[in-house]
Design a protein around this ligand. Sequence first.
Ligand SMILES: [Zn+2]
Length: 240
Amino acid sequence: MPRLDLPALLDLVIPLDCAACHRPGTRWCVRCDRALRRLATGAVVDVRADRSSRPALPVRSWGSYASPLDSVVTAWKDEGRSDLSTLLGPLLAQSVHAAIVNVGCSPPKASPCLLVPVPSSRGSVRRRGGAPLDGLVSAVLHELPPATAAALRLVPALRHVRNVVDQSRLGTERRRENLSGAMEVGARWRAVVEARRCVVVDDVVTTGATLAEAARALRSAGADAVEAAVIAATPRRYRP
Ligand SMILES: [Zn+2]
């Protein structure tokens, strides 16, 4: 009886091609990996809730949201390529690490810093069959040095208080309107968030409206200090 070749069987179920250039025979090719590494900037992007609001929200970004990283994020988020968490997790972990150091959560600290993913809208959870970001943030904790991970607590504290439309086709002003006052800290998390340092986590920052709203909701629940960490920032809006 022939031996079962599990990887070959998996390739029949999950097509084996590069997430960015679709070169066959690999899920992530060497050429795209080289191009990806050139996008690293380690930039800090300031986001404000509106033109006049202060304080700014510092956002740590691993790199620029350009090719081939944009294809990887799309494949991971919208095409069911959850295996790409192993590629994206280490990038996001670098941003998270920079943010927690800056927000003053370096170990050892008596109380852990809170890692708060931005919530997905109900529509996108339905469309994607879940919230890919939650899985990615869990992967980030495994990428960090043990002492750093021990100083963090993953807290899904934020939720939408009303329906929001898909942000992807909206301009800057419409995004702000769409999200203004749209999030809150859930009742069971309010005591956890109060007086704590928080790092909000998202995949990509474009206009900053989502992160600004998340930070506003955390601050209004009494969070002490808030920073944000993302994989990438759109280069059109934010220069490194
Ligand atoms: Zn490729």
